[in-house]
Design a protein around this ligand. Structure first.
Ligand SMILES: Nc1nc2c(ncn2[C@@H]2O[C@H](COP(=O)(O)OP(=O)(O)O)[C@@H](O)[C@H]2O)c(=O)[nH]1
Ligand SMILES: [Mg+2]
Length: 287
């Protein structure tokens, strides 16, 4: 009897289907907040509030008020996590991709999008955010510079997360055609997350992205990635530089940067709750 391949492998071998590979596996330790809550207090603060955790290393004269602007309770963070946990009634999955704005799906739920330089850790962060839904395949183009797409992920009826092609390579063409058009036209876009490498700090290409967001007048947030790779000294220097930059040169930027390690889940739980909050899905008990 002729054995037919399973539909999934059929898709994979279809030459019309763009071949994607997922980047390295993300560990699962501390992926859920209930695990984090078991940690000793010091560690718990480090994983949950990595920016506030830096305060103890700073001179008391440094103003850290902006570290506490978004300051949900542990209960808020715990409630937000439910949105990132799939069930039969709540499906979290990759939805579709688009290379041009006129190919983008018309979706009603609020949207957030992630942008950043190639290699900044965007795919890894998406994998960490979706780690409670391991069946979600974060698609990344195997060949750098190959036609990149906007990837849409549906988080049930709550919100859509849009993964934008990395800038730095083949841009500005990709940017003008996709990213700029998306940012300018998308009416349900609630917040843009601009990822910056926490080890090297804000780069000239990141500043160009900031200028673009400022010009469009849309609200955005800076996320410092790979914080596990940076020493405390380097991290503090980069955070202070970024705070200074945000204060002097930005209007639309949320004044509190988010610090994350996709490897150890530092800041990932806080980021989940911020996304839930800005998409109107989490009312904070503290405010
Ligand atoms: N140590 C560490 N490495 C990371 C982290 N995030 C990403 N990386 C590594 O940085 C590289 C680029 O990450 P990737 O997510 O593919 O970046 P993208 O091009 O922005 O999607 C990969 O080798 C990742 O393993 C992190 O939080 N910690
Ligand atoms: Mg990627």
């Amino acid at each position: 009897m002729l054995r037919l391949p399973k539909p999934r492998s059929l898709l994979r071998t279809n030459c019309l289907f763009q071949r994607y590979v997922a980047t390295g596996k993300i560990p699962t330790k501390n992926a859920s907040f209930s695990e984090v809550l078991q940690l000793q207090e010091k560690k718990l603060t480090g994983v949950t509030f990595p920016l506030q955790d830096l305060e103890k290393y700073l001179d008391p004269s440094v103003n850290t008020k902006s570290f506490y602007i978004f300051n949900p309770s542990c209960n808020d963070i715990y409630r937000a996590e439910a949105i990132f946990r799939p069930s039969d009634k709540h499906v979290i999955d990759y939805f579709t991709s688009a290379v041009r704005m006129d190919h983008a799906p018309q979706l009603l739920p609020p949207e957030v999008c992630f942008i950043g330089r190639s290699n900044v850790g965007k795919s890894s962060l998406l994998k960490a955010l979706f780690s409670l839904a391991p069946e979600v395949e974060v698609r990344v183009s195997k060949t750098p510079g190959h036609t990149r797409k906007m990837n849409f992920f549906k988080v049930g009826k709550y919100f859509t997360l849009v993964d934008m092609p990395g800038y730095g390579y083949r841009s500005p063409k990709d940017f003008v055609e996709m990213v700029e058009a998306y940012l300018q036209e998308r009416e349900n876009l609630k917040r843009t997350f601009l990822l910056v490498d926490g080890l090297v700090g804000i780069q000239p290409a990141d500043k160009i992205a900031v200028e673009m967001l400022e010009e469009f007048g849309i609200p955005y947030v800076l996320v410092l990635t790979k914080i596990d790779k940076a020493s405390k000294g380097i991290l503090i220097k980069n955070v202070i530089n970024i705070q200074d930059f945000m204060k002097k040169q930005t209007n639309g930027c949320f004044p509190q940067p988010f610090l994350v390690s996709s490897l150890h889940y530092h800041g990932v739980h806080l980021l989940r709750s911020f996304i839930a909050h800005v998409t109107g899905n989490l009312r904070l008990t503290t405010s």
